[in-house]
Design a protein around this ligand. Structure first.
Ligand code: CO
Length: 266
């Protein structure tokens, strides 16, 4: 989620969740290298399944990401709409090794223009998101959520002006529940639960949508979508110019997309 957000006073009056998540965050003064204690296969090696077998997991490999799926070519690049990786299925993670931690660190390095980032936005189709509501590395708290799930959403909804790093320069209002109860794993694999409200709830829901292949314009009303349609078409044209391929999406088919997001008729 992009950083330029119009934050209403009402949002900041919501209960802050930041103290409760402090156990699950990394602060700047804690070296990321201290976390790199687990052995992990070097990127490009074929030994990731061995690591998983060592840990006693039993699963169908195609349903879970392997350590090789975490390997990054640093620095990461944020992919833009309509790159099809933004709509691809994101695998669950059950290997918590150094490669995953390195990916998380690289994601925080490219989040500097935003406050939240999902793994598919850097071309990694796994169930991972990071965010820092402060929007600056070294300030605020850096939150890592692996395999997140929502188990309750508030009936109360809020309208909020959102941006997205995969849609540079585009901002529009989106309605989402005001608060959510979630569970997830941290970067070491430990399970935890959080009650999110205010800005963290907003950022979480935006990034959580990315993990389901849903983009923020899928949740916009017709009027709001109409207001950014020309900008979306510019991105589609840019994609075609860069890749020489037809755009995999056409904003003129947005009704189908709303249906995809489960929003048809709302
Ligand atoms: Co986004």
């Amino acid at each position: 989620m992009a950083a330029r957000i119009q934050v209403s006073p009402a949002l900041f009056s919501c209960t802050s969740i930041l103290p409760s998540i402090s156990r699950h965050v990394r602060r700047r003064n804690r070296s990321i290298h201290r976390l790199f204690s687990n052995e992990s296969p070097p990127c490009g090696s074929a030994s990731s399944s061995f690591v998983q077998a060592q840990r006693g997991f039993s699963f169908q490999e195609e349903n879970f990401a392997s350590s090789a799926d975490f390997c990054v070519d640093a620095p990461l690049k944020i992919i833009k709409y309509p790159d099809p990786r933004l709509r691809a299925k994101n695998k669950r993670v059950n290997t918590f090794d150094d490669n995953l931690k390195k990916l998380v660190d690289e994601m925080f390095d490219v989040i500097t223009d935003g406050i939240g980032l999902s793994a598919p936005q850097v071309g990694m189709n796994i169930q991972l998101m990071v965010f820092n509501p402060a929007g600056e590395r070294g300030e605020g708290e850096e939150v890592v959520l692996v395999n997140p799930a929502v188990h309750k959403s508030s009936k109360k909804s809020l309208l909020y002006n959102e941006g997205c790093l995969s849609f540079p320069g585009i901002y529009a209002d989106v309605v989402r529940p005001a608060s959510v109860k979630i569970d997830a794993r941290d970067v070491r694999g430990a399970r935890f639960r959080l009650n999110l409200s205010g800005l963290p709830a907003r950022v979480f829901q935006h990034e959580f949508d990315h993990l389901k292949g849903i983009l923020f314009f899928d949740r916009m009303g017709e009027d709001m979508l109409y207001g950014i349609m020309s900008e979306l078409k510019v991105l589609e044209k840019k994609y075609e110019d860069l890749t020489g391929q037809p755009s995999p999406e056409n904003i003129d088919n947005h009704t189908q997309r709303q249906h995809f997001a489960g929003l048809a008729g709302t």
